[in-house]
Design a protein. Sequence first.
Length: 153
Amino acid sequence: MKLIFCTSCQHVFKLRRQQTQYCPCGMAWGRYHDERLASYGGESAVPLIIVNSQFIKAFRAWQEDDTRPFAELDFTGGFCPLKSETFMHEDDAKLIEKLKQLGGPRAKCPFCGDIIQSMHRLDFRACECGKSFITGGKECSRSSENLEFLKED
Ligand SMILES: [Zn+2]
Ligand SMILES: [Zn+2]
């Protein structure tokens, strides 16, 4: 999950899809653009990431037995690399959104959940797990089976 830390009021907050979320002092904000892409804005915003799978694993372990050693209840998270392709400054995210409109339909891999899009006729894109692909740009000339095409909002 993607979070924002405000360096001014030191608040940490989670992002949502439809609506921009702000910290209490208003110097940091952010939102999701789709299931994967999120952006942050404001001069005090610092992007944070928690690895979901590890977070859930640690949470389940804690539910079972909260006296386990801390190492078993720990999860990975930290500051997001500033060059991340899925969590970026809002100016960059706007650019990506514009670029997305130039490409073909976007589709989700039913196995790994990765979202793929072919940007032009010869652009071949595979998902993270390698089971799905899409190519052909706007005409989407070829794709693997079972792809879930996304309705753009
Ligand atoms: Zn703040
Ligand atoms: Zn996949």
